[in-house]
Design a binder for this molecule. Structure first.
Ligand code: GLA
Length: 386
């Protein structure tokens, strides 16, 4: 052993090499760009792999084949210091036991379907109920809890991971064998880009999204209330007591939902507002301005103390802005950090919740023979001056 190593260094190295560990803190070294793979355990007897994607600037993300979960995402601050900006756990087992969808791929239907029922082609489908009387994020065993087939790729754009999954006809109550492909690319423009593809052999509904909880000050480093946010949305979809949209499009003007200019997340979060009370904070779908199907910038987030900035780009018509209202200190995250209320925020690009029961919302029906296609990109940069 190197005699100059301090006791804490020894403990740190020992911790990093414990079997089953899937995340590592500490200053990230600039390694060669590319993708590496390691086995991190099994779920239901099947091996789970963890892929590490590193781009040319040293940004690094670790993604698991279980749930397509982004376990860590390390990006620099204005001084060039890297930190992990997504919430998560240290071990695969913790994810399997219970997680509020940290970093996961969500499907077959992101967010809620009211009463877990919908009618398609005159047939009523009954889905797995897992959120009050509703179906949330694909049901009891959504795409966040299945093992995807992984294949690493080196692209012109940067290192990538291709994940595929066949969701069987009837899974969680949904019709049709749905063949899904998701490609995560950590681009050399410092984006975590997510491309979604799907086809079905029977008409069905599809709404795929990604559920990272971000904290641009670094995961576990306090709440996200001082992050500055802007969202390009003149309208949002108000909800009822079960967080199901009422069907109304409400103008954000004069409400705490107006992020057309920049505002801190916390500035109005505790206002005496019926919708904020129903959501326990922000947990609402924003109706994005602009044209669906075209990749456009829809949100910007800035964290002043580190200078870290994130832009969200998407082809989707909506985005769920969720402020970690249900985190309550019960979960111990990476490195033993306790995640308190509002320690992370989610910007889940999507079609609107409960669209299968809302004829006035853009359709989420995927017909046999059609191709589902969606792209979202989280782009990282820094602001040099405070
Ligand atoms: C989504 C929902 C929230 C909550 C989180 C996970 O963002 O809209 O109500 O269920 O997922 O905890």
């Amino acid at each position: 052993m190197n005699p100059k190593m301090s006791a804490s260094t020894v403990i740190l190295i020992a911790m990093l090499t414990l079997p089953g560990m899937i995340s590592a803190k500490g200053k990230s070294r600039l390694k060669g760009a590319g993708v590496t793979r390691e086995n991190v355990g099994t779920v239901d007897g099947r091996g789970v792999d963890l892929y590490t994607l590193t781009n040319v600037h040293g940004l690094e993300t670790k993604i698991m084949s279980y749930g397509g979960i982004v376990v860590s995402l390390r990006v620099p601050d204005r001084r060039g210091a890297f930190d992990d900006v997504v919430l998560g756990f240290d071990t695969l087992d913790t994810y399997v036991e219970s997680t509020p969808y940290f970093g996961a791929l969500i499907g077959r239907y992101g967010n809620r379907i009211g009463k877990g029922r919908f009618i398609l082609n005159g047939v009523e489908y009954k889905l797995a109920i897992n959120n009050g009387e509703n179906s949330l994020h694909g049901g009891v065993k959504g795409f966040d809890k299945v093992i995807w087939n992984g294949r690493s790729r080196k692209t012109m754009n940067g290192p990538a991971l291709e994940l595929t999954y066949l969701s069987r006809d009837g899974e969680e109550g949904y019709p049709g064998n749905l063949s899904v492909k998701v490609i995560y690319t950590l681009t050399n423009h410092d984006e975590l880009k997510i491309d979604y593809f799907a086809t079905t052999d029977k008409d069905t509904v599809v709404n795929l999204t990604h559920h990272s909880y971000f904290n641009l000050a670094g995961e576990g480093n306090g709440d996200i209330l001082n992050h500055r946010l802007s969202i390009a949305a003149n309208y949002f979809t108000p909800v009822d007591a079960g967080s199901i949209p009422t069907g109304e499009f409400r103008n954000v003007k004069g409400t705490p939902f107006d992020f057309m200019g920049q505002a801190t997340i916390g500035a109005r979060i505790n206002q005496d507002d019926e919708q904020l009370k129903l959501g326990n904070g922000y947990d609402h779908n924003f109706v994005l301005n602009g044209k669906t199907g075209q990749l456009q910038q829809v949100a910007t987030v800035l964290e002043d103390t580190t200078g870290r900035m994130m832009e969200v780009w998407t082809t989707e018509p909506g985005m769920q802005f969720y402020t970690g209202n249900f985190l309550d200190g019960a979960l111990t995250g990476k490195g033993g950090k306790v995640y308190q209320r509002r320690f992370g925020f989610c910007l889940e690009t999507q079609h609107y919740p409960d669209s299968p029961n809302k004829p006035n919302f853009p359709s989420t029906v995927l017909r046999k023979g059609q191709r589902y296609r969606s792209t979202t990109s989280y782009r990282f940069m820094v602001r040099k001056t405070a």
